[in-house]
Design a protein around this ligand. Structure first.
Ligand code: AMP
Ligand code: TRP
Length: 336
């Protein structure tokens, strides 16, 4: 019924082309995508239809889509192994989203933490219906490709549960159609916190200059932000009593270095905060310097990104279209 590209199980994930990608996006998502490319057949989406659930300046959005594509490649996504897709280039995403909207109780959507948090801060202004439907579109992204595994940061876990609920509901109404997608969270780095306030998730939309490390920040700025990161009143690292700021910096270091827990403990126990921060700053800046070089190189190749995105859309469209056809048939509506 569904045409597999290969026999490997499929992975799908996405990032919105809005704001500046930060180290939370990298450690929570991108870095793990790269690691999955050999074991899975991967589809990585630039989800522009999600981005427009809040107003985006058209020319900025257009530029962001290419920036994100270049960041995918700089992270190590290999377009020969994985399909890189702009969501709006494959109309089946929007079409399946509508079909799934019709089997999704609205109460499920009002319960979403992200919807509640986003709309709370918009009190008084008009809230676009797209913000409410957002997780249905995300479910469509995943179910369109019968993805078995979805690698995301922790903030997306609830949306993934909803995707499974929608799949289950569709299957029970219309017969077994969708694969249940599993959530894959990284063991370290699934929730990187703000450097200025380690009780808040690092977020693209937070404006404070000391809040996030953007992947394209100048290395000197990255170091400065880490040296100024909020810690606590202890003089040195104590793994038993450390506060969230220290725990956050440790997990950033560990996610980058991939050191096991005991090596982390042996190395950092008792270290003074100043020395510790220097080591975290070095690890981050040294990891991202070659990354930025790759990014700059990619940006200098005219037409290359566009060709990768065209090829990605061409490769996945038959799979997406075949899912939509099956879904329409099952629902009893018209297929050409
Ligand atoms: P978004 O920026 O909302 O498009 O998120 C893209 C990916 O990055 C998703 O998989 C998120 O779960 C992940 N992500 C976003 N912020 C963080 C964070 N602070 N820590 C870890 N992962 C994150
Ligand atoms: N909603 C996700 C986020 O903001 C992005 C996203 C859209 C996504 N579609 C997806 C993630 C499908 C995983 C799978 O982070």
């Amino acid at each position: 019924m569904f045409t597999p590209l290969t026999m490997r199980p499929r992975v799908l994930s996405g990032i919105q082309p809005s704001g500046n990608l930060h180290i939370g996006n990298y450690l929570g998502a991108l870095k793990n995508w790269v690691a999955m490319q050999h074991g899975y057949e991967c589809v990585f989406c630039i989800v522009d239809l999600h981005a427009i659930t809040v107003y985006q300046k058209p020319e900025e959005l257009r530029a962001k889509i290419l920036e994100i594509a270049a960041l995918f490649l700089a992270s190590g996504i290999d377009p020969k192994l994985s399909s890189m897709v702009v969501q709006s280039m494959v109309p089946a995403h929007a079409e399946l989203a509508w079909l799934l909207t019709c089997v999704t109780p609205v109460g499920w959507l009002y319960r979403m933490t992200q919807f509640k948090a986003k709309t709370e801060s918009m009190e008084g202004s008009s809230i676009g219906d797209g913000l409410l439907q957002y997780p249905v579109l995300m479910a469509a992204d995943i179910l369109l490709y019968q993805a078995a595994v979805v690698p995301v940061g922790e903030d997306q876990a609830q949306h993934l549960e909803l995707a499974r609920d929608i799949a289950q509901r569709f299957n029970s109404l219309y017969g077994d159609t969708f694969v249940m997608p599993a959530t894959s969270l990284p063991s370290v780095g699934a929730r990187v916190m703000g450097l200025d306030d380690p009780t808040k998730k690092m977020s693209k939309s937070e404006k404070g200059s000391g809040h996030a490390i953007a992947l394209l920040d100048a290395p000197a700025d990255m170091r400065k932000k880490i040296m100024r990161a909020t810690t606590d009143s202890n003089p040195h690292i104590d793994f038993e009593t450390m506060g969230p700021g220290v725990a956050n910096l440790l997990s950033i270091f560990q996610a980058i270095s991939e050191w096991p827990d005991d090596q982390m403990k042996n190395h950092f126990s008792g270290m003074r905060y100043g020395d510790f921060k220097k080591q975290v700053a070095n690890a981050v800046a040294e990891h991202l310097e070659p990354f930025q070089q790759r990014y700059n190189q990619i940006r200098q190749e005219p037409g290359y990104l566009e060709s990768v995105l065209r090829e990605g859309a061409g490769r996945v469209s038959p799979i997406a279209n075949s899912t939509v056809r099956t879904v329409k048939q099952r629902m009893g509506i018209y297929t050409e």
